[in-house]
Design a protein around this ligand. Sequence first.
Ligand code: NAD
Length: 376
Amino acid sequence: MKLAVPRETSPGETRVAATPESVKKLKGLGLDVVVETGAGHAAHIADADYVAAGASIAPDAKTALADADIVLKVRGPQAAEAAHMKKGAVLAALLAPHTEKDAIRNLARQGVAAFAMEFLPRISRAQAMDVLSSQANLAGYKAVIDAAAQFGRAMPMMMTAAGTIAPARVLVMGVGVAGLQAIATAKRLGAIVSATDVRPSTKEQVESLGGTFIAVMDEEFKNAQTAGGYAKEMSKEYQAKQATLIADTIKKQDIVITTALIPGRKAPTLVSEEMIKSMKPGSVIVDLAAEAGGNTPLTKPGEVANVHDVTIMGYTNLPGRLAVDASSLYARNLFNFISLLVDKKTGQLAIDWDDEIVKGALVAKDGEVVHPTLKG
Ligand code: NAD
């Protein structure tokens, strides 16, 4: 059984879907691993490191993908790459299924069994495969580091002979995995941290990290969580009440980290232009939702903008700015997922199509788009 790791082709993608460590483990499952030359370059992994771990190197994507039974990628393959994949091959990658519907249809036409790692159910058995968590955690950390580097003041309070420097005030909007890591990182740097979310369960989490929780806590708030643990889209009335509270809070902040996402929808606008105008000169916003449309109307996806003397960082791939750690965690996640699909005794694919994890992540199979949220 051949497993291929092509070089990423999406602009700016620095991560890679396998590391020498994961190659060794994949070999341990009985798989032959082929890595396209240069695949690890941006994550500082040389071809020779993969060879030392037992992989062979292919000179191009076509050779890597030819006859591959399993393909591991970070981003979904472009049409030209997908054309090299054989019918029945298994693909695991971040396929952005809600926005890349044509690409998913194309993979289905190719007869690929495609798994969108974003759709992995958030159950405890899948935790070690949870790419959203592993990458969001790094993104939350890097958002604070990027903000601190851009900010023209220090983060902690400092008492010096020349006088006292006040600590920075950081507001984290959206307390999922990324938000929690952002709170923890900002606290470690000595900032005064507050945070907001529409899910009631986050209040205790924020407080346990030493942050102050800020939200309109009405009846709607008490029910604003789906059974899967995700946020619901809030009513216009709630959004207006929340916006008033946030407007009061935001003008006192130095750094705002926004991470609010609603699966399958455009990210909610949480910080209006008026609010940005009210911020102190030199303040910094890092918008982790930039790729999903942004939590501010002034976010420029992929760019660092300066508007009303506020810097708005709209990086669309923050984990990719920590390519070494992000690749290492992502590769472990994928190894754990592939272990579920391979019979350890025979080294052959033995997929239980009724397994909750398999069903949850499978988006295309046998020529059809199969995921219920993508049909029609
Ligand atoms: P996410 O990336 O989908 O969203 C980020 C945060 O934005 C969420 O906390 C969400 O509530 C918040 N948000 C959405 N709209 C908002 C608004 N209008 N105002 C303020 N905040 C808003 O979140 P995530 O990191 O993927 O986490 C989602 C859920 O999954 C959480 O309940 C998390 O605890 C859970 N989870 C479970 C596991 C597991 O294996 N059991 C693993 C990771 C995460």
